[in-house]
Design a protein around this ligand. Sequence first.
Ligand code: 0WD
Length: 256
Amino acid sequence: MPQLLEGQLAVILGIANKWSIAYSIAQAFSREGATLLLTYLGEHQKEAVESLAGEMSVAKIVPCDVTREDDLTALTETLRSLGRPLHAAVHSLAFANREDLTRPFVETGRGGFLLAQEVSAYSLVAVARAVAPAMTAGGSIITLTYGGSTRVVPNYNVMGVAKASLEASVRYLASDLGPAGIRVNALSAGPIKTASARAIKDFSTVLDAVAKRAPLRRNTDPGEVADAAVFLASGLGRGVTGNILFVDSGMQIMGL
Ligand code: 0WD
């Protein structure tokens, strides 16, 4: 079988450990022939990302805290220094205070609200601005979202509002960057057991509900999300931009 991303360069933000959705995407991109630039958040994640990178084709591993403009400027510089066009960028990260994912949404303070927006939504705008100059032959920017953006999911709270903002940002970015041949899309994944997901109170009841009620009667495998990311990054997705693609066992169509 021909590799779908042969000869491509992709930057992947958001690998924290082997359970991260970004790690599954990195593995799928690598399987399809892409060379990767990986980023990590803070020294504590550096070692983990370096050891996970071992089995993949990785050009460079660099630090990037998306709340730091210096880090984003350095990312642009690193991409420039590689001297080849960037084809894809994966933004697979989010953050909210744990207390905002456990108490009623109405209790959300200003600081927690703004923090979730900054890290989980605004960062896509900042990352798009940082990587777009390297996408000289067009490209694909992919972010990760969740259906809690449009429907109330218990305890998702401030993150649901941030994901709504993220999804709207996808549409505005797609409109801005489309003329340069850069596509911007989101994958809306079903719930997956990762470190971030464990911060959400009673997350296992959400997993149970999906397994019982989703059309496919099972939860989402990160590999399924990764394969959809390959589609969006590859030429097969060339006509798709500004879209929210659900990879959630069909859960989003269900009323009750
Ligand atoms: O059920 C799930 N797990 C779903 C996740 C369902 C649908 C969507 N998603 C989304 C998440 O909201 C997120 O956008 O997928 C994306 C990836 O999440 P994940 O793979 O579930 O979580 P995780 O492995 O924890 O990766 C998120 C990482 C952070 O991990 P930590 O553990 O440090 O919070 O996001 C990164 C960090 O590596 N991150 C940052 N990266 C750069 N700068 C920042 C930051 N400021 N903050 C967090």
